[in-house]
Design a protein around this ligand. Structure first.
Ligand code: FES
Length: 355
């Protein structure tokens, strides 16, 4: 029997009374430590499915007890190992995807997060590498000594906090399941704030990050086909989500439109092409302007036109967009007019540059 004070999460919820005709105790509350999250699990469902259904993001890949990404430790309560039908008792290590509740449970599991939970915290990060991958984009790899304490969703972003400077915001380009953090930073000597960040990272000194930020992200695999539209280094946000979906073996169709002004700006085109060739649910559509035309609005039209041309029914897809406010709002207006429900369009631009 678990006895402890209820968490704020619990206080908004009341455990449902079993329906008439259903066995009492068929539903059990599962408490997670140290996150203090909780969810209800039916005896018929595995704990991974129940947590995901409750909007709690748990790392997983195989759903079969093999990858060990969903590992937890049973602190209190009784559970069933569905692989060998053995009863689990406290102090046992278990896989959420292979466990059903037989009583209220208390589990210890580190890397979980409630959907939409985005309280940013500061972390110190060590710089593993800063590599120039195009004429003006750097691929940065960071390592966090307290990585196990960091939780974020695929598609969220962070800020780099330098002394005596405004925070600089960058999409996280790596999956939440990766050990390192990856950033794609576009910088040049006349882009002072970004160049200052690159110079600081190149110095080899530890840097202060604040994260996670943003609600345009994936807390779990999408329930509808996903259309991603990125301009320039907006690709970084999409890469985080693609890496996450590939690792979790999502079968939902994903299309990525990547628009750039010039071919040389498509700094990881070969990677996107490789996903296209090796991951069946994924389609890559590069959209490249021409060298002569530096009018961005023209390229927005070209990118938006490419997206619109791929389907006539927009009523049952989810769209993620990353780029300048002009591009994002041009795209959103065109898609909503074409039948996309407004709530199915997600972009961080809607938060930080509302109109
Ligand atoms: S062990 Fe792989 S998802 Fe549970």
């Amino acid at each position: 029997m678990i006895r402890r004070a209820r968490t704020p999460t619990d206080m908004n919820e009341r455990d449902p009374v079993p329906e008439p005709g259903k066995a009492a105790g068929a539903l059990h509350r599962v408490y997670l430590q140290p996150s203090k999250l909780s969810f209800l699990a039916s005896e018929a469902d595995d704990l991974l499915a129940a947590a995901t259904q409750a909007g709690i993001a748990v790392p997983f890949a195989c759903r079969n007890g093999v990858c060990e990404l969903c590992e937890a430790r049973l602190i209190d309560g009784t559970a069933l190992n569905t692989r060998n039908q053995q009863t689990l008792s406290p102090a046992t290590r278990l896989m959420l995807c292979r466990t059903q509740a037989r009583s209220s449970l208390e589990l210890e599991i580190e890397a979980v997060m409630a959907a939409g939970q985005t309280t940013p915290r500061e972390f110190q990060a060590n710089v593993v590498g800063v590599h120039s991958i195009s004429h003006d984009v750097y691929r940065v790899e960071l390592q966090l000594p307290r990585r196990r304490e960091l939780e974020f969703h695929a598609g969220q972003y962070l800020s780099v906090v330098l002394p005596d400077a405004e925070p600089c915001y960058f999409s996280i380009a790596s999956s939440p399941l990766d050990q390192h953090l990856e950033l794609h930073i576009q910088a040049s000597p006349d882009w002072v704030s970004a160049q200052r960040v690159v110079d600081a990272l190149k110095s080899g000194q530890a840097v202060t990050l604040q994260l996670p930020h943003g609600h345009a992200c994936l807390a779990a695999a999408p329930e509808k086909p996903l259309v991603m539209v990125a301009a320039g280094t907006g690709f970084a946000q999409m890469k985080s989500m693609v890496d996450y979906l590939r690792t979790t073996n999502s079968e939902q169709p994903v299309s990525l439109f990547w628009g750039v002004r010039r071919l040389e700006d498509m700094y990881l085109r070969s990677l996107a092409q490789q996903w296209h060739e090796t991951w069946p649910p994924f389609t890559f559509i590069p959209v490249v302007g021409d060298d002569e035309d530096n009018d961005w609005s023209g390229h927005h039209d070209q990118l938006v036109g490419s997206v619109l041309a791929t389907r006539s029914d927009w009523s049952d897809v989810q769209v993620m967009a990353s780029g300048s406010p002009t591009m994002v709002y041009t795209l959103m207006d065109a898609l909503v007019e074409a039948g996309l429900p407004a709530g199915a369009f997600l972009s961080d631009v809607l938060e930080y540059a509302p109109r």
